[in-house]
Design a protein around this ligand. Sequence first.
Ligand code: G3I
Length: 473
Amino acid sequence: MKPQSLRRAASAILVAASLVIGGAASAHAADGPQPAAADRQAAAEPVLRDLAAAQGIYYGTAVTASKLNGTYGTITGEQFDSITPGNEMKWGSVEATRGSFTWSGADAVVDFAEAHGQRVRGHTLVWHSQLPDWVSNGTWTADTLRTVMTDHIATEAGRYQGRIDHWDVVNEPFNEDGTRRQSVFQTAIGDSYIADALRAARAADPAAKLYVNDYNVEGVNAKSTALYNLVKSLKEQGVPIDGVGLQAHLILGQVPSTLQANIQRFADLDVDVAITELDIRMTVPPTSAQLAQQKAEYKAVTAACVAVARCEGITVWGFTDSDSWIPDFFDGYGAATPYDENFQPKPAYYGIAEALGWVDDGSPDPVGACAVGYAVQSQWNTGFTAQVTVRNTSTTAISGWRLAWSWPAGQSVTQAWNATVTQSGAAVTAANASYNAAIAPGAAVTFGFNGSWSGGNTAPTAFTLNGTACTMS
Ligand code: G3I
């Protein structure tokens, strides 16, 4: 048995033991308290971190530090065993002014991870983007910028020494054709800046695994081959490099067929591999067919990592569509993550779980197509009454439903009938009553509520039923 296979077997045994004694979970997991496994599984939903640990990998998410409370914080803690600060450790966030450091956001992420038995991917020490002006527009010689860069690394990686599992030391060093990106580091210092950065990171935190990370390197192509050649050459020179990060910002229908082979060829260089920023975007609003395809693609990407022993884990770039960079950067695209904007798991979440060995026992999984009718029946100065009809337009019976939507104009539900309605911020979830849990194919249920409004009472136009988007009727 290869060492990596042994590692996975050992990890699975440890997880099994932890389920019995309620202790820490995985072979990799950081020390510290975690929610008891029994508590986390009480919801009868799969728990990604436990499933992943049983496969010898981690499952992580990028997070926004300021959101780590409420439902967002609960899901982050329960479902994931690794977190990556989406922005809080970037150069522009921590050292906007030379020599003056701001750690509050980064500290909050590391503290949260330690309180929830999670590892941290540090992201990122050297990157051409989100750099403060004093670095990107400075006048540098190779020596002066090298010193600035290694000082920055020493300070940041040094501050968190022993608390970061993986550092994305260098991010996005290549152009699409495999040539070096002409970042300020490349132009002032030259090719050697990557080795300099890795050595500085090793000196600052000897235990952290050091990664080079890039996008559009998931399949075998010119860019990933340039990354491959870089890693090979760094290894030959004895430069400390432990892993390669494949970001995996993917588009529905375009998951590279060579993903697993590509992961394997990096592994064969004797480095670890991680999928570091997975999302799969689609045109919005999503159809049921798109969401089903996204499920298959999340499953395939997860399976590709599980299949290669040196693939350490997967991080989704935001676990909920309400915390995803996609809508801000790609007009008309979204729905890229495993949870919808109302924190309801989407089919993609179940696809991940299935790739990690979860078998659906008939409990909540997304249903097929649905159609929702929303009607305001009466309205007065600050209040209104609405009726919602939920029709099962699939060929499969529904036994238990949650309808979710988001208020567009600050409304709130004050009282409901024929459903249990809860609201957090703008996010509303209506769960079936005991007597209307079943919806036969073609049949519909109706519930109603009173709400309050001010300024405007715009109707919601996007609903999901058990995580699947519905059409409006
Ligand atoms: O913090 C300011 C806020 O004060 C201001 O009001 C607001 C107005 O737009 O902007 C806020 O900053 C935004 C920041 O995210 C925090 O939300 C920036 O405009 C926005 O550009 C920035 O986007 C980040 C992006 O990197 C920048 O390139 C995304 O959140 C972040 O998810 C994304 O992450 C990158 C990885 O680091 C590297 N790989 C690609 C990935 C996606 O671009």
